[in-house]
Design a protein around this ligand. Structure first.
Ligand code: ADP
Ligand code: ZN
Ligand code: ZN
Length: 659
């Protein structure tokens, strides 16, 4: 009689034993249908055993071992086990997440007829510049595990380096995995890869794909048919038997970190994966995450630098506009207005960057002090004048803009502050003859609208673009020669210690949009702090200086990468309950923490109420990652044994990015 130990999609940190008459050792990694509670679940067999720790009469027989696809390979299961351990998430739930939905449900995709690949004329491959050649040589020469940090500004030819390294891997019979932050924004990349490797089997993997296509891609990866996998963070969980190289483009991007369920960082898991398989990995960015840059300067990673743009063009000139002594009109300085006017005259494009959508962040009554609060969140309702609505950007709640103050009846309620819609209106009034186009998550709320907006910009149908960070990523607008930045100062003094890092990389990225063709670019940053080191570094295109400054501050404050953190978050109907649960968790942690781990006090989260749930968190920190991991291994188990009210939900977030 055989017993199978099964990982199931259940929120419990344990595996489940079942009887399976016909199971053999080779069934490890097979999916299996089992009875669970009143129903049935599909899980994955992690071990085939002769005995169980459970009494045999308590074990139920499996419904069926599913042998219709090859078992999931041992290295893939080990990857899931690592994630379960490192992120303190039940293994069964990790595996359920890592499997495409169709396979998770115990099904298989229908096979499709091979599409004949249209022969694309392969574009000429440019000879490499010296720095590129050195980078490619270093990567190609690495036979074992090694992390490369490829640091180069936008347009310096990083993608060309990836493509050359991938070419070497393919020539060697290997598979390559390339991660990008958002595949929806980078269809050009897919095109570029396909054009470069017309004979390779290229598989995409992202959450926007249909179930069947995603499952087919997974099976193509597992069978070794796929040569190149291109995808978002979840492509990290592709089984790839011949994997020889991992590339993480825009490695600093926050979207590599999943913010729910398995809260993993795809970049960090990628580094683990490379180590596990003993292969090289390339992390690329114009503004590396400070964690990565710290590793590169301290020698753990190897730094590869591309110092100049591949196509001979100057970097945009960056300057600050001191707004302390100037009365701004609609938030715009005279210098920025003049610069826009000059672009209009020359029929070039301008972009005004404001990372806040809506018309105004809040509606307020000057007579009684009423402001537009969300009923469900500790946040304000944002004014959307275009459709006369107020919306919560956290939970989606919306209401009509009231005619008068709901509290005192005053007819003169006013929008305060400025969002992209208000800026759009102001620019249109200022430049009535110009074509102003707004690009944010409201105007580009579907992929179709987004593509239409991009097409309009490329066709030269816009003179002035107003946009959020949506515009910052990966698009070349040949006639764009001016980027104006407004309202950025708030991030300098935000409570989140990562805010300056994010601002720097955003402004570098958005500034990089200007002057990419024959026309030189100019960036104007409106600020009341023109001498702030962050802006000085931007003016001098000095990432290294900015990073050194920030890292010194982080070190003296004891922040990552000089400390390792984990948050326990709890949410429930009342703040008392949430805090009480965390206090209980803290008491349970005390005997486990030792001297190397610091436990902080439970506190309400910054956004203390979201969708009518009161949220609190408890920070745990250590200067040693192994010490924190050892602590979490013990604490994680005990959390399941704590008493919690029915409506309370909790989770651990290891290496949290948001507080
Ligand atoms: P990045 O990924 O750093 O933004 P890319 O690899 O996309 O840079 O290169 C930017 C532009 O320069 C692209 O149009 C690319 O075709 C071109 N390019 C890259 N390397 C070379 C080279 N060695 N010679 C000529 N053009 C190059
Ligand atoms: Zn009022
Ligand atoms: Zn809300």
């Amino acid at each position: 009689m055989s017993i199978v130990r099964v990982a199931l999609d259940a929120p419990l940190p344990r595996l489940f034993d079942y009887l399976a008459e016909d199971a053999v050792a080779a069934d490890r990694g097979c999916r299996v249908a089992v009875p669970f509670g009143p129903g049935e679940k599909t899980g994955v067999i992690l071990a085939v055993l002769a005995t169980s720790d459970q009494p045999p009469e308590k074990l139920k027989p499996v419904r069926a071992v599913l042998r219709d696809m090859p078992p999931l390979p041992a290295d893939w299961l080990a990857l899931c086990e690592f994630c379960a351990r490192y992120y303190q998430y039940p293994l069964g739930q990790v595996i359920a997440f890592a499997l495409p939905p169709l396979l998770r449900r115990g099904k298989l995709p229908r096979p499709v007829k091979e599409k004949a690949i249209a022969a694309v004329p392969a574009p000429a491959v440019p000879p490499l510049l010296d720095e590129q050649a050195a980078a490619v040589a270093a990567i190609v020469a690495a036979a074992d595990f090694q992390v490369f940090l490829l640091h180069g500004i936008t347009g310096s030819g990083k993608t060309e380096v990836y493509l050359r390294a991938i070419a070497a891997v393919l020539a060697d019979g290997g598979q390559a995995l390339m991660l990008v932050p958002e595949i929806a924004l980078t269809p050009q990349l897919e095109g570029r890869v396909a054009a470069r490797f017309p004979n390779a089997c290229i598989v995409s993997a992202h959450s926007g794909m249909a179930d069947a296509a995603r499952a087919r891609g997974f099976l193509d990866g597992a069978s070794g048919r796929a040569d190149i996998v291109l995808g978002t963070r979840l492509s990290m969980f592709m089984p790839l038997p011949r994997l020889k190289l991992i590339v993480v483009d825009e490695e600093h991007d926050a979207s590599f970190k999943q913010q729910d369920g398995l809260r993993y960082s795809a970049r960090d898991v990628a580094v683990f994966r490379a180590k596990q398989l003993n292969i090289p990995i390339v992390l690329g960015s114009a503004t590396p995450a400070l964690e990565s840059f710290h590793h590169a300067t301290s020698g753990r990673y190897r730094l590869l630098e591309l110092q100049r743009r591949a196509v001979a063009e100057a970097l945009p000139s960056v300057a600050t506009v001191d707004t302390r002594r100037e009365k701004l009109l609609d938030g715009l300085s005279a210098a920025l207005v003049a610069a826009i006017a000059a672009r209009l005259e020359r029929q070039e494009q301008s972009l005004v960057f404001l990372n806040r959508r809506g018309y105004a962040p809040v509606l307020a009554c000057p007579s009684c002090g009423w402001i537009s609060h969300c009923r469900r969140c500790a946040a304000n309702l944002v004014v959307h004048l275009a459709d006369r609505r107020m919306r919560c950007h956290h939970c989606g709640f919306e209401a009509a803009i009231p005619r008068g103050c709901p509290d005192c009846g005053n007819q003169d309620v006013q929008p305060f502050g400025r969002g992209t819609q208000r800026l759009e209106t102001a620019l249109q009034e200022r430049f009535p003859e110009a074509r102003v186009l707004r690009i944010d998550r409201d105007s580009a709320n579907t992929p179709k609208k987004w593509q239409a907006l991009l097409a309009a910009i490329h066709a030269g149908e816009a003179d002035i673009l107003v946009g959020t960070q949506m515009l910052a990523k990966g698009h070349d607008f040949p006639r764009l020669t001016l980027v104006g930045v407004v309202g950025a100062d708030a991030a300098l003094f935000a409570a989140d210690f990562r805010a300056p890092e994010r601002l720097f990389s955003q402004l570098m990225q958005v500034g990089g949009r200007s002057g990419r063709a024959a026309l030189p670019g100019e960036v104007l940053i409106q600020t009341e702090y023109p001498d702030h080191p962050l802006y000085r570094a931007l003016v001098h295109h000095d990432y290294a200086g900015f990073a050194a400054n920030q890292l010194a501050e982080r070190e003296s404050a004891g922040f990552p990468p000089f400390a390792f953190q984990c948050l326990l978050r709890a949410e429930s109907k009342t703040m008392e309950q949430s805090l009480a649960f965390l206090a209980q968790a803290r008491a349970a942690a005390e005997p486990l923490a030792g001297t190397a781990v610091t436990l902080y006090d439970p506190v309400p989260m910054r956004l203390s109420r979201l969708m009518s749930l009161e949220r609190a968190q408890l920070l745990v920190e250590s200067a040693s990652r192994p010490a924190l991991q050892a602590f979490l291994a013990a604490w994680g188990e005990t959390l399941y044994t704590l008493k919690a009210p029915r409506d309370l939900r909790w989770h651990l977030d290891v290496d949290p990015l948001e507080f």
